[in-house]
Design a protein around this ligand. Sequence first.
Ligand code: SF4
Ligand code: SF4
Length: 137
Amino acid sequence: MTHVITSLCVRDRGCIEVCPVECIVPGQPADGWPMMYIDPDTCIDCGACVPECPFAAIYPEDEVPAAYTAKGGEYINKPSLTGHYEGSNHHGKTVVLETTRQLTAGEVVDLTSDIQVNSDFFKSGPGYSSKDNDQGV
Ligand code: SF4
Ligand code: SF4
């Protein structure tokens, strides 16, 4: 088992520094890999990252919602989206994303496809090499 970062992630980075096995990686380039990703082969399922996420984007793999009901106003963040997000991350740096969409209250979204996305990031995507290009946002 692993934990999974879902597309509710808007790169706050609060999770990264608490991971005891350093398996949370900021996606680069951000337009193609706009979230943070958990390496499923390294995650020890400790759960330390979950309470650190202000956007409640992290779930144990078997609890990733197939029918997430939006509170309204939260963003999803995927390469296929074109909406604008601007916020301040855990370190006070400005985060700008052009790959988002704001959810409406009561809207239901399936987040389970993000399980494969986390895996693909490490298997066929940039994986840990993204850390070399990390800009801190
Ligand atoms: S704390 Fe949450 S929003 Fe921030 S990078 Fe981690 S998963 Fe993404
Ligand atoms: S569950 Fe633990 S090991 Fe896995 S990504 Fe979160 S902090 Fe790291």
